[in-house]
Design a protein around this ligand. Structure first.
Ligand SMILES: [Zn+2]
Length: 430
């Protein structure tokens, strides 16, 4: 009996071993070493040439220069000489929800959420902070992702966008989201260019108070400079859209720094409100076309739809607001405010995955350096949403990263040269 087992077990191990060798990039039960790339680690450090990144059991074990890192015996070694590695991108303001095609309410279900998280992942967006509209299935996916088998984008959830007609109704809704395990409380203080009523400030104050009683940060959808000052003074935690009515002034800059609040520009959200009045340039970008459904492209280019947008008061209002938003990103960055990449993708025609790259390109157009735009989309974004186990390539963090063919620090457009994406050390399926 013992003898038989002694013969069978080594054979089994040999078979298992050969399976692992056949698909080394999908195996993370062991150790994988990526050798020879320039590593952009998402921290304040400069890129590291000829680096080694070692992943064990889904997490980063070591990262450093080739001559300083000992590759563990038995590791799968992947030669990535001449390539670039950067952390997985984090969308600090997105929505993973019910959108199917151009229908914003096509189906909130696990299959649709996984489809969207797969799409984000293929574009190198390895985590999405879903700020509102999240239901049970979204919470479940969030709970399941602390797993070494993960190969789709991570999701964090806010639950419902909190509304209510009384202080008690607001507090109850905050509590419902908190009880379900929300990562954030999301609120809007905006009048949609004068089309709706703003939340009364006493109700906003109650919301922040209740969220903080539940130890949850408050992410604020806003438009106006005055409301930004108000929410900062009320100790809300995250500015989830650009200030778009006026240039930021010294009072705002001082306040946002004193409160140490992060700012998420969502410039591409503005783009999505007017850009389909004509045929956007990105409709001929292969990096966009590789994932978009042709029927969506066709629908967005119907003459009626295009002229509706061209003649829409709100579309033209947001188009003008984008210019203000762009200038404000530059001013906030110059002042040293922490800026996190976010897009508000998820709703129809805000294309998950592609728009995050466009957002980074626009952040550079607004005055940020490419390296700062990458930091804003990785380490700073993780910090801003309070996720300590992602965002940078440092020992102990999840092995979420992309391998690129060209240097995104030299030209931010090179973020589109992603060749492969890894989440928890698992290669994301193409
Ligand atoms: Zn949003």
């Amino acid at each position: 009996m013992t003898l038989t087992r002694a013969r069978i077990l080594p054979t089994l191990f040999a078979i298992l071993g050969s399976l692992l060798i056949l698909s080394p990039s999908f195996a993370n039960d062991g150790t994988i070493a990526f050798v020879g790339a320039t590593i952009i680690d998402g921290t304040d450090a400069e890129p590291l040439a000829d680096g080694v990144l070692v992943i064990t059991d889904g997490r980063i074990r070591t990262v450093g220069p080739r001559d300083a890192v000992t590759i563990p015996a038995g590791a799968d070694v992947v030669d990535v000489s001449g390539k670039y590695i950067m952390p997985g991108l984090i969308n600090a303001h997105g929505h993973v929800g019910a959108t199917v095609g151009l229908n914003g309410n096509g189906g909130y279900n696990t299959g649709n959420l996984l489809r969207q998280l797969g799409l984000y992942a293929r574009y190198g967006i390895t985590a999405v902070n879903s700020l509102g509209g999240d239901q049970e299935q979204g919470f479940d996916l969030r709970n399941e992702q602390y797993d070494t088998d993960l190969n789709r984008a991570r999701i964090y959830v806010a639950g419902s966008v909190v509304v209510g007609n009384s202080e008690q109704a607001i507090r109850d809704e905050v509590n419902r989201n908190a009880d379900r395990g929300a990562n954030f409380i999301k609120v809007r203080i905006d009048d949609n260019l004068g089309a709706t009523q703003k939340m009364p400030r006493p109700l906003f104050d109650a919301l922040v108070d209740q969220a903080h009683i539940r130890r949850l940060p408050v992410a604020v959808h806003l438009f106006y400079l005055d409301d930004a000052k108000y929410m900062l003074n009320a100790d809300a935690d995250l500015i989830a859209h650009s200030i778009r009515d006026l240039p930021v002034d010294n009072e705002l800059l001082d306040l946002v720094k004193a409160k140490d609040v992060c700012y998420i520009p969502t410039l591409t959200r503005e783009v999505s409100t007017f850009v389909y009045e004509s045929v956007p340039d990105f409709f001929s970008d292969p990096y966009f076309l590789k994932e978009v459904e042709p029927a969506i492209l066709e629908e967005l280019q119907t003459p009626e739809r295009m002229s509706r947008m061209a003649n829409s008061r709100s579309a033209q209002g947001y188009k003008a607001a984008l210019q203000v938003a762009m200038a404000n990103v530059g001013a906030l960055d110059d002042a040293g405010v922490r800026i996190a990449m976010g897009t508000d993708t998820g709703p129809p025609a805000r294309f998950q995955g592609y728009f995050e790259h466009m957002e980074m390109h626009m952040m550079v157009d607004a005055g940020m350096s490419p390296l700062d735009a990458i930091r804003a989309s990785t380490g700073v974004a993780a910090d801003c949403i309070g996720m300590g186990d992602i965002g940078t390539l440092e020992p102990g963090k999840w092995g979420d990263f992309s391998i690129l063919g060209a240097n995104p620090v030299a030209d931010i457009l090179n973020t589109k040269t992603i060749e492969s994406v890894y989440i928890a050390g698992n290669r994301v399926p193409e």
